[in-house]
Design a protein around this ligand. Structure first.
Ligand SMILES: Nc1nc2c(c(=O)[nH]1)N[C@H]1C(S)=C(S)[C@@H](COP(=O)(O)O)O[C@H]1N2
Ligand SMILES: [Mo]
Length: 369
């Protein structure tokens, strides 16, 4: 089994995608690896300045609807049983919607690059179960949600209002108590890098990235639903009149697949090429990936769908004999084990935001001799 190792940049590096050093996308070459190296793992911060926390003096507060409030050091946390597995992250704003590209004020070179899917990555995380910490504190029967508080705060990044809001979000008790919902202190075998939440972050397997709170300083057990800014005003879609639910609050990553080989702009030569990519669907299994090399006229199952590791994406490969030189439109389409599949167009156009885009992405490729 051969996988083309094609790098599109001599030295791949993160691509800034907005002003103020808040979001960097992984370059296409980074998505060609099954595990994304730390220095090429996308970054999504809400403020340019991010917390620099000293692990030696760090404390995690656990309070609210608990029998015992806790203040835990990193040594206390490291004393709990360690868990280690891969988790694929995807920002809810990954993969811009084609209709919005034209309207963007970004420079064309950045737009060209973020037409890709780089606001995602896959890493091996090590840490402890949130559940073990909650059991130490003793959750009372009155608790319904768990609020995870980050150390970072500031004015809303787009309109400046609210003037000072903390990055914090809640999980339903059930997801927080899932044994694989982690407090992670390691990423790909290294101490969690400062920009990814050092010394401790939440990792919510299968859910969009905004749920995995970095620079975690508080776990608060609530007897009510949390209605804070980053819970209710961001990372949701208004579905518009006539929709069954007016709002979609994004949680599980929707079923999706991307093509990673060829990379954007790569010229394919010769008569044999292995198209490859990734597919994922929240915590669910991928049942199959189909590929089209003629713009969606015909589809066939990919030749090889590899098993995943933990909560990682699935990698897939497909051998292709281009009928001749010229321009081709490739498409991949994944289906999960619930029978859900990718739509041909972005489904949530009504509110003008692009969250949760899992459409089938047309991918233009030039084949040379
Ligand atoms: N404290 C804090 N946690 C956060 C964020 C943030 O800005 N502050 N961004 C969230 C978003 S939107 C995403 S997609 C992921 C990105 O994680 P990464 O920067 O490690 O890739 O972190 C999430 N956790
Ligand atoms: Mo995100």
């Amino acid at each position: 089994m051969t996988l083309q190792q094609t790098r599109t940049l001599a030295t791949p590096q993160l691509i800034p995608t907005n002003a103020g050093e808040r979001t960097w996308a992984a370059p296409p070459a980074a998505l060609q690896e099954a595990v994304t190296p730390n220095d090429l793992f996308y970054v999504r911060n809400h403020w340019g300045d991010y917390p620099q926390i000293d692990a030696a003096t760090y404390r995690l507060a656990v309070d609210g609807e608990v029998q015992r409030s806790l203040s835990l050091s990193m040594d206390d946390i490291r004393g709990l049983p360690q868990k280690r597995f891969q988790v694929t992250f995807e920002c809810c704003g990954n993969s811009p919607v084609p209709e919005y590209w034209a309207a963007s004020t970004r420079t064309s070179s950045v737009m060209e690059q973020i037409k890709g899917h780089g606001i995602m990555g896959n890493a091996e995380w090590a840490g402890v179960s949130v559940r073990d910490v909650l059991e130490m504190a003793g959750v009372t029967g009155s608790a319904v949600e768990v609020l995870f508080e980050g150390a970072d705060h500031g004015p809303d990044e787009t309109v400046g209002d609210p003037p000072d809001v903390t990055y914090e979000r809640s999980l339903a008790l059930e997801k927080a108590l899932h044994p694989d919902t982690l407090l992670a202190y390691e990423m790909n075998g290294e101490a969690l890098p400062p920009i990814h939440g050092h010394p401790l972050r939440l990792v919510v397997p299968g859910w969009y990235g905004m749920t995995s709170i970095k620079w975690l300083v508080g776990i608060h057990l609530l007897d009510h639903e949390f209605k804070g800014f980053y819970q209710m005003e961001r990372y949701m879609t208004m579905n518009g009149p006539g929709a069954e639910n007016y709002y979609t609050y994004h949680t599980r990553m929707k079923v999706k697949s991307i093509i990673t080989h060829p990379a954007p702009g790569e010229l394919v030569r010769g008569t044999g090429y292995t198209i490859a990519g990734a597919a994922w669907s929240g915590e669910d299994d991928i049942a199959g990936v189909q590929i089209s090399t003629d713009g969606g006229a015909t589809w066939e199952p990919v030749d090889r769908l590899m098993p995943r590791s933990g909560y990682s994406w699935y990698r897939w490969e497909h051998d292709w004999q281009p009928p001749g030189s010229g321009s081709y439109t490739l498409m991949s389409r994944a289906t999960n084990n619930r029978g859900e599949t990718q739509p041909l167009e972005f489904p949530n156009k009504w509110d003008g935001r692009g969250y949760g885009n899992n459409m089938v992405f047309p991918f233009q490729v030039e084949v040379g001799n």
